[in-house]
Design a binder for this molecule. Structure first.
Ligand SMILES: Cc1cc2nc3c(=O)[nH]c(=O)nc-3n(C[C@H](O)[C@H](O)[C@H](O)COP(=O)(O)OP(=O)(O)OC[C@H]3O[C@@H](n4cnc5c(N)ncnc54)[C@H](O)[C@@H]3O)c2cc1C
Length: 280
């Protein structure tokens, strides 16, 4: 049965690169080997996700952290947490993996065009936001001012540090980074991302804020944005939940009448406000 008729069959891939991103987090670069897989992922969108399988262990969903414009590989930032992710972390370049997707709605980049954009990434929650940043930087004239707030619990958990210089020096872009707790190497800012947000106080006028991180961070970022005058239709996030199928069949990731896998994982604040507390 081809993947056209069986959406649960992964496309075969090969690990083209494995890099340390942060403590316990690796970046996996996957080359798809089958024509069907290459065609399926030819034009994936920022915010979409895919299941990656470690053969013999199982599969798990991850936000795609690359854009097709910047790399021929599919990139995923994977935190080692349990069975599948530990198995993935033990793989080497050249090893086979499976990829199923792309899945989910992705960020509404057309709707975001023409707006000032505030990106707030916490820890590995920065992974699905990186393609949004890259897309804006690659089509700079189509978007307004870009403000990036990047955070982690500690300096060793900051992801994509190699890209900070690009973000810091990009045209019409402000980049701020903060950690909850510094260490002996850290000379930057210490404090919560919400404190940083209040300090910077970006104007809500013609702006859209996009956040991803632990649910508690999303909750307090939304509250702070509201305090700054942002309306529910100016706030976007992307959610995670335990899920098995990713195609709206297994019923594991429902949020009221919506499924995170097919209606999301990207949602406007007003779509999920009543459910967010259940995530905390
Ligand atoms: C749309 C989506 C995008 C995601 N993007 C990323 C990503 O970019 N990078 C990344 O590292 N992870 C991401 N995740 C989470 C990732 O899927 C889980 O960490 C992974 O499934 C764990 O699998 P495991 O077999 O290693 O862990 P398991 O052995 O299944 O579980 C290990 C521990 O993690 C907990 N856990 C498992 N899955 C989840 C989950 N979805 N949410 C909260 N806790 C969980 C379990 O309760 C358990 O305590 C995403 C999840 C979704 C649904």
């Amino acid at each position: 049965m081809s993947p056209d008729t069986n959406p649960m069959r992964p496309y075969l891939g090969r690990l083209a690169g494995v890099k340390d991103l942060a403590t316990g987090i690796k970046l996996f670069q996957i080359e798809l080997l089958e024509d069907e897989g290459k065609a399926a992922f030819a034009d994936y969108k920022p915010g979409q996700f895919a299941f990656v399988s470690a053969f013999g262990a199982g599969e798990a969903p991850f936000g795609i952290t690359s854009t097709p414009a910047r790399t021929p590989y599919l990139e995923f930032a994977v935190n080692a947490l349990g069975h599948v992710t530990f198995t993935l972390h033990a793989l080497d370049e050249g090893d086979p993996v499976g990829v199923r997707g792309p899945l989910g709605n992705g960020f509404p980049m057309d709707r975001i065009k023409g707006h000032n954009v505030i990106i707030l990434g916490g820890g590995i929650g920065g992974a699905p936001l990186r393609p949004v940043i890259q897309t804006i930087l690659d089509h700079r004239e189509e978007y307004g001012h870009l403000t990036i707030l990047w955070a982690a619990r500690s300096p060793d958990l900051l992801v994509f540090r190699e890209e900070f210089d690009e973000w810091r020096t990009a045209w019409a872009t402000d980049f701020h980074v903060t950690v909850d707790r510094g260490d002996e190497t850290w000379t930057g800012r210490v404090g919560l991302i919400t404190q940083l947000l209040e300090e910077i106080s970006p104007s809500p006028e013609n702006a859209i804020a996009i956040t991803c991180g632990p649910p508690i961070m999303i909750h307090f970022v939304f509250l702070t944005l509201k305090k700054l005058g942002f309306a529910p239709e100016q706030m976007l996030t992307t959610l995670e939940a335990r899920m098995h199928c990713g195609i709206g069949k297994c019923g594991r990731c429902n949020l009221g009448e919506k499924f995170i896998c097919t209606d999301g994982p990207v949602f406007w604040q007003y779509e999920i406000a009543e459910f967010l507390e259940g995530f905390l």
